[in-house]
Design a protein around this ligand. Structure first.
Ligand SMILES: Cc1cc2nc3c(=O)[nH]c(=O)nc-3n(C[C@H](O)[C@H](O)[C@H](O)COP(=O)(O)OP(=O)(O)OC[C@H]3O[C@@H](n4cnc5c(N)ncnc54)[C@H](O)[C@@H]3O)c2cc1C
Length: 806
């Protein structure tokens, strides 16, 4: 047994086995996997083990494709083949036009990753799966590579290959404690002794929070009981000379796959049950929960209607086991927030299909700091302190109940909300705010025209269109006010703070007191990692602002680069301040009226400056910056004075037709201006030149990632960021939709919205370099059609930036 190693992976389910194998592939062969029992003794052994290529975004599609490729390779291993029904094919059923619109979007998104799904009608579904009825069926999304695998054989194969490459696998050895040494390395205490390592990986499945507790971390993971049944042989199946495809049904919440000559049918019932929230019996290993078919009767009925053969089929066995969920249904793969040298791969609800890919990406992150795809959608730091045990459980229930129901555009599901509110939330609600959430914060999406207004969520332009148009018009013609809750804010101070930050940012950090600047920082590979507004507020202090979602992400990066001598301090103010944005040509009048002691004139308060002000008697840090493209101020107000400040602004605004506006109006306006959104348009798959941020890159100084960036400059750009206008008023594009030319995929959409001030259907995205010139024509896919589109100017509204400077 090794007592010193580079990486210890704790847990021998698919998460752990995939990680240890891929670590060896990334060059870390000195590594150990420690499993408390036998490999696969957690959830993995009893998994239905379906392996689909379907995913909600391109990173998920890409990592699933990796799983499929790897599993095929393992199945084809002549010496140690494993059972993998590769390419059986799968049907994701559609019973509504929304399902069809959604599948068209996911099909386009997958195509961009080289994965070809197909949309087929009900008759074709019946031809491919003769046992189904076609009542209320419009068709299905066909995944040709869908299949199922033997989970135990898969994990054994990965462990065998890892062992052959130098890794050590320890079974029947529970980890009992974790101690971090002053140099940030770890001692992993086990029943058989201690192992000293540089990095640890929590792959503990439904026990991930037992391991979390050993390092005082609570991961937002909750387990749900989940059941499937296996039938006896079914004569209609025996009569076929092919395996029937898999089925997943978003209406009746069941799945089905063939198992020998019978069917395996799994259920996602509405009356579902959490598991293990109050602790897990240490003896629960290679174990199941008691069967409870009564609980799933509601969804069984729908399954039986779609597959009448089930009515006659005998039940061979029932499997009920714990399955892990996170608040948004995607797993936690990457760095554990606030910890050094600690990673996790857990919270997988479809770990057999995804695990191959997640282990691959995690091994890259451990070995190189970053993976080949942007992994924000699975990054554990996307959840912050609000994602406590109870919230996670409520979201897990909601997610389980909606297993195959994808989120519609603008849909923010209700469980566990409101989780984070400001002193203004109630006021905005009485003003008609429809809320969405951003990093757990409630934020107004738009203001409803009447109490009974209900948005019909759709992939097409819908009944929120006119509401957003009016909000934009109010901002454009008079003045608007918006609360930006939870905006990420740090105060950075200390000796040579500007020099230090200049060494991290590829942009110039404003050195003059009272100035504000937009800055970017890169990872060590030279790709875009983040964006921050830097305000020099004087007294050697910097206010660092970034997207609400970046709260843990950016802190991690800054802390990682702090000088060892403790001379720089980074303090989070995120939970103490809220931003009110006042925007529009009359915003200066509003400000002058309610904050008369400050001179808000163009000369005295010029664009990109910051000042401490009083709004009535409420204090605020005011910045003359604009995300809408109109003359605007961002007012950073201590939460305890937020209501006071809002009331003063509202009162003053009456004379100037001040109206509230929300996120969707902002989205429309920022796309017209060509402003990017972090983790939509700014992703770490592209460098700042490819992302068209060259004016923010100062190559005449040293900064993190510079060397890699210089090396990349010598080569060809991968893709280039562009703005586009699309010739349709039927539907917007959606992030992930493909951009095509003559049938060839040449790019991907990252953001899209109707530009209400310019009257155009706009989108942003990355395209192959030869299509990046202004005027270049191509098609953008949306709702199953290819609409003519072309590259337009990045800034379509107030190109000379006269309004913001006016
Ligand atoms: C009924 C059911 C059907 C499913 N069907 C599918 C499907 O069709 N397709 C699909 O993709 N997914 C499916 N899943 C989900 C899938 O099985 C899981 O996502 C996956 O198995 C989770 O793997 P894991 O490695 O995260 O966890 P686990 O398999 O639970 O592995 C965690 C391991 O960590 C070990 N461990 C924990 N604590 C310690 C410790 N202190 N010291 C050492 N070792 C420790 C445990 O013993 C365990 O072996 C299904 C799940 C269920 C319950």
């Amino acid at each position: 047994m090794k007592t010193h190693t580079q990486v210890v992976v704790i847990g021998g389910g698919i998460g752990g086995c995939s990680t240890i194998y891929h670590l060896t592939q990334e060059g870390i062969t000195d590594c150990v996997l420690i499993e408390r029992d036998e490999l696969t003794s957690g959830t993995t052994w009893h998994s239905a083990a379906q392996v689909t290529n379907f995913g909600p975004n391109q990173t998920m599609i890409g990592l699933k494709s990796h799983s499929i490729k790897l599993y095929k390779e393992l199945a084809d291993d002549l010496e140690n083949p494993i059972n993998y029904h590769h390419g059986t094919g799968g049907l994701r059923l559609a019973s509504t036009q929304d399902h069809i619109d959604g599948y068209n979007h996911f099909m386009s998104l997958a195509k961009g990753m080289g994965v070809d799904f197909e949309l087929i009608d009900a008759a074709e579904c019946k031809r491919r799966h003769p046992l189904i009825t076609t009542d209320n069926l419009l068709g299905a999304l066909w995944d040709p590579l869908d299949g199922d695998i033997d989970p135990a054989q898969l994990c054994q194969a990965l462990a065998r290959r890892a062992r052959q490459a130098g890794a050590e696998i320890q079974r029947f050895n529970p980890v009992t404690g974790l101690t971090q040494k002053p140099d940030d390395s770890w001692i992993v205490h086990t029943e058989k002794g201690d192992t000293h390592c540089e990095k640890i990986v929590n792959a503990g499945g439904y026990r991930c929070n037992e391991l979390g507790a050993m390092m005082e971390v609570q991961l937002p993971v909750a387990s749900m009981e989940h059941q499937y049944m296996l039938t006896e042989a079914i004569p209609e199946l025996e009569a076929l000379d092919f395996r029937v495809p898999l089925i997943r049904c978003p209406t009746d919440d069941f799945y089905q796959r063939q198992e020998k000559n019978g069917l395996l049918v799994g259920f996602y019932e509405q009356g579902c049950k959490t598991w293990g929230l109050d602790g897990i019996d240490p003896q629960f290993t290679m174990a199941l929960c008691p069967d409870d078919l009564d609980r799933v009767v509601d969804v069984m009925e729908g399954a039986f209607q779609r597959l009448p053969c089930l009515m006659e089929a005998g039940i061979h066995s029932i499997i009920n086991g714990p399955i892990t969920y996170t608040p948004d249904g995607l797993p936690l793969v990457g760095k554990i927030p606030g910890q050094r040298n600690a990673y996790c791969i857990t919270g997988m609800r479809a770990g057999l299909g995804e695990g191959g890919g997640h282990g691959w990406l995690l091994a890259q992150i451990i070995a190189h700091g970053e993976a080949c795809y942007d992994t924000w959608c699975i990054d554990p730091r996307r959840f912050t302190r609000y994602a406590n045990e109870e919230y996670t459980a409520l979201k897990a229930i909601e997610d389980y109940q909606n297993e195959f129901r994808f989120h519609m555009p603008h849909e923010h599901r209700p469980a566990g909300r409101p989780m984070k509110t400001t002193p203004l939330t109630d006021t905005l609600e009485t003003m008609g705010a429809e809320f969405g959430t951003v990093n757990g914060w409630e934020r107004a999406v738009y203001f409803k025209p009447s109490d009974d207004f209900k948005e019909q969520h759709s992939f097409r332009f819908n009944n929120s269109f006119d509401i957003v148009a009016k909000e934009v018009a109010a901002v454009q013609n008079d003045a608007g006010i918006m609360e930006v809750s939870g905006f990420n804010r740090y105060e950075i101070s200390g000796k040579n703070v500007h020099d230090w930050l200049d060494g991290i940012m590829c942009s110039r950090v404003p050195r003059k007191t009272g100035k504000v600047g937009l800055t970017y920082f890169l990872n060590h590979q030279g790709n875009v990692k983040g964006e921050a507004t830097i305000a020099n507020v004087g007294d050697g202090k910097i206010w660092y602002g970034s997207a609400a979602a970046a709260e843990y992400h950016d802190m991690d990066w800054l802390v990682e680069h702090l000088p060892d001598d403790g001379s720089i301090k980074v303090a989070s103010l995120t939970n103490n301040y809220t931003i009110l944005v006042v925007a529009g040509p009359k915003s200066r009048d509003v400000m002058q009226k309610c904050a008369p002691r400050t001179d808000w004139s163009k000369e005295a308060f010029s664009w990109l400056s910051v000042k401490k002000v009083y709004i009535g008697n409420a204090e605020a840090m005011a910045m003359s910056v604009s995300f809408s493209g109109e003359l605007a101020w961002e007012l950073h107000i201590p939460n305890e004075q937020l209501k006071l400040a809002f009331d003063k602004l509202w009162e003053a605004g009456m004379a100037f037709n001040l109206k509230p506006f929300g996120l969707l109006a902002t989205e429309s306006m920022r796309i017209e201006k060509g402003y990017r959104h972090w983790k939509a348009d700014l992703i770490c798959e592209f460098n700042p030149f490819e992302s068209k941020l060259e004016r923010f890159v100062k190559m005449d100084k040293e900064f993190v990632g510079r060397e890699a960036l210089v090396a990349m400059q010598a080569g060809e750009p991968r893709r280039i960021f562009v703005s586009t206008e699309i010739d349709t008023d039927e539907a917007p594009a959606h992030p992930g939709d493909s951009i095509v030319h003559n049938g060839k995929i040449i790019g991907t959409i990252t953001s899209a919205a109707w530009g209400h001030r310019v009257g155009k259907n706009l989108a942003m995205g990355f395209v192959d370099p030869e299509y990046a010139q202004i005027g270049s024509g191509f098609e953008v896919e949306a709702i199953g059609k290819a609409f003519a589109a072309r590259v337009c100017e990045p800034c379509l509204y107030d190109k000379a930036y006269e309004l913001v400077r006016s």
